[in-house]
Design a protein around this ligand. Structure first.
Ligand code: SF4
Length: 167
């Protein structure tokens, strides 16, 4: 039996940079700097869904946590997380070790310790862009998707370690 019984949970775009909001993408596809060490050590990888691409597609604007923070968006996150949660629960119950969850620093959704706040929305207008950008701040709290993920894990009495990386 070759299986390691070790797993890591990654934010979607660490395995698929194409999902990121334009024009960001630190890698052509897979972030091999993060993924390769896990591959060589025999870890299995659980890829979380990308909440933004599933909800708004690839033409979305860059937004901040307060803009995503709406009950219907939270219920979208809750819904798309269920297959991953079922999988995680099955592995934990079977005695597999999940070393942790890696999110994306500063993301309005996948930030773990840092997210962004401030954009107020409204029409794109040259006279308002500067003031929108001035309102952008990084705050020390999780993004919406990771917040919902942590709540859902708690409901299932599953404890995972969370960390974030710059990507
Ligand atoms: S950080 Fe999260 S929401 Fe943003 S592209 Fe990556 S997976 Fe999608």
């Amino acid at each position: 039996m070759k299986r390691s019984k070790n797993l890591v949970v990654l934010s979607h775009c660490l395995l698929n940079s194409n999902a990121k909001v334009e024009p960001y993408a630190s890698h052509a596809g897979v972030n091999h700097d993060v993924v390769f060490p896990y591959m060589t050590k025999g870890y299995g990888i659980i890829q979380l869904p990308c909440p933004e691409t599933c909800y708004l597609g690839l033409n979305r604007w860059g937004m901040t946590k307060n803009q995503y923070d709406h009950p219907s968006y939270r219920s979208h996150c809750q819904q798309i997380l269920q297959p991953s949660l079922n999988q995680i629960e099955a592995f934990v119950k079977a005695g597999y070790k999940i070393t942790g969850v890696i999110g994306i620093k500063g993301s309005p959704n996948c930030g773990v310790l840092h997210t962004c706040q401030g954009f107020q929305g409204g029409e794109i207008d040259h006279s308002r862009i500067d003031s929108q950008i001035e309102q952008l701040t990084i705050v020390k709290e999780p993004g919406v998707f990771m917040e919902v993920f942590q709540q859902e894990l708690e409901l299932r009495k599953l404890k995972l370690r969370f960390l974030e990386i710059e990507d």
